[in-house]
Design a protein around this ligand. Structure first.
Ligand SMILES: CCCCC/C=C\C/C=C\C=C\CC(=O)SCCNC(=O)CCNC(=O)[C@H](O)C(C)(C)COP(=O)(O)OP(=O)(O)OC[C@H]1O[C@@H](n2cnc3c(N)ncnc32)[C@H](O)[C@@H]1OP(=O)(O)O
Length: 278
């Protein structure tokens, strides 16, 4: 209840500091010390190089400002994030592909490896890279009638191991293996049943409130002890990622630049465009 009041106050009277980049905005409530990081790259928060750089710098800014926690959400009405910007992968040269993948890695490690309590207020669809961001956080509240999941195999591509880490942290191995091999997109209701999200909420406000309450559960826990404990759980995945990160970029570039993969992207884009015109 106390957190709810603080959140309400945050909307009107409690002073808050604002920071923004071209495609993100950050509001830190001075009373709760919690930062709300909103992704705002219309129409679907697709992740291009600039967006990923903005996201990374906002995450580090929040971390360096000694905020008490980070809530990730979207400023768009029905999409949390549509994942990598396919327009930026289609017909791109190898250097552009390498830069895009490197920036995706950078954002993932910034969020997954953050010592702060992190929560995702998933106020819309979260396929692929959108799911990656949500599952890098420690807690998820999601609106009904949306989808979330790693659908890479449906697109004929493979999610590397680090990209699967969020799933592996959250889902039982058998379920994670099945969902990843199927490239399954879970509805909100299925995601709750599977344990991929923690709560279903009826509005973005309620999602933010649940996230704030989650972060509030650490109010009496020593922040350093909390952070080191969290990172001990994530250390093996992070270490493994650091070992392969350069090779992973090379593998991605080699896969994504293959003519048959470029053709899949072109067809996929065309279908998306046809669907959006209907
Ligand atoms: C595709 C092959 C990739 C091969 C790459 C090779 C290796 C990569 C290895 C792994 C990488 C994985 C990470 C990824 O993130 S790949 C991206 C996968 N993303 C998706 O599959 C999501 C696609 N989008 C949707 O399903 C829907 O848009 C969504 C449910 C998110 C929202 O639906 P809604 O009905 O609200 O909106 P739309 O009308 O569909 O879209 C509006 C507008 O936005 C464009 N758009 C949507 N998604 C993307 C995107 N990911 N990139 C670029 N543009 C996107 C869509 O085309 C519409 O544009 P316009 O017609 O209005 O101009």
């Amino acid at each position: 209840m106390m957190h709810l009041n603080l959140l309400r106050l945050g909307a009107c009277r409690v002073p808050s500091r604002l920071m923004s980049t071209k495609s993100t905005s950050v509001e830190i409530n001075d009373k709760t010390g919690v930062a709300i990081l909103s992704m705002c790259r219309p129409p679907v928060n697709s992740q291009n190089v600039q967006f990923l750089r903005d996201l990374k710098s906002s995450i580090y800014e929040i971390e360096n400002n000694k905020s008490r926690g980070l809530i990730l959400t979207s400023a768009n009405s029905n999409v949390f994030s549509a994942g990598l910007d396919i327009l930026e992968m289609y017909n791109a040269d190898k250097e552009q592909l390498g830069t895009l993948w490197t920036e995706l890695q950078n954002v993932w490690i910034a969020l997954y490896g953050s010592g702060l309590p992190t929560a995702a207020a998933i106020n819309g669809h979260a396929p692929a890279g959108g799911c990656l961001l949500a599952t890098a956080c420690e807690y998820r509240a999601m609106l009904p009638n949306c989808v979330i999941g790693l659908n890479e195999t449906q697109l004929g591509i493979i999610a590397p191991k680090w990209l699967m880490s969020g799933y592996q942290n959250i889902l039982p191995q058998r379920l994670a293996e099945r969902a990843l091999t199927q490239g399954r997109l879970f509805t909100t209701e299925e995601a709750l049943k599977a344990g991929l999200i923690d709560e279903i909420v009826n509005s973005k406000e309620e999602a933010l409130e649940k996230c704030l309450n989650f972060i509030g559960t650490f109010a009496k826990v020593n922040p350093l002890a909390r952070s080191l404990t969290k990172l001990q759980f994530r250390a093996a995945n992070i270490k493994e990622f650091e070992k392969i990160r350069q090779k992973d970029v090379e593998d991605f570039v080699s896969l994504a630049s293959r003519p048959e993969v470029q053709k899949v992207m072109g067809d996929y884009l065309e279908n998306l465009k046809k669907k959006s015109k209907k």
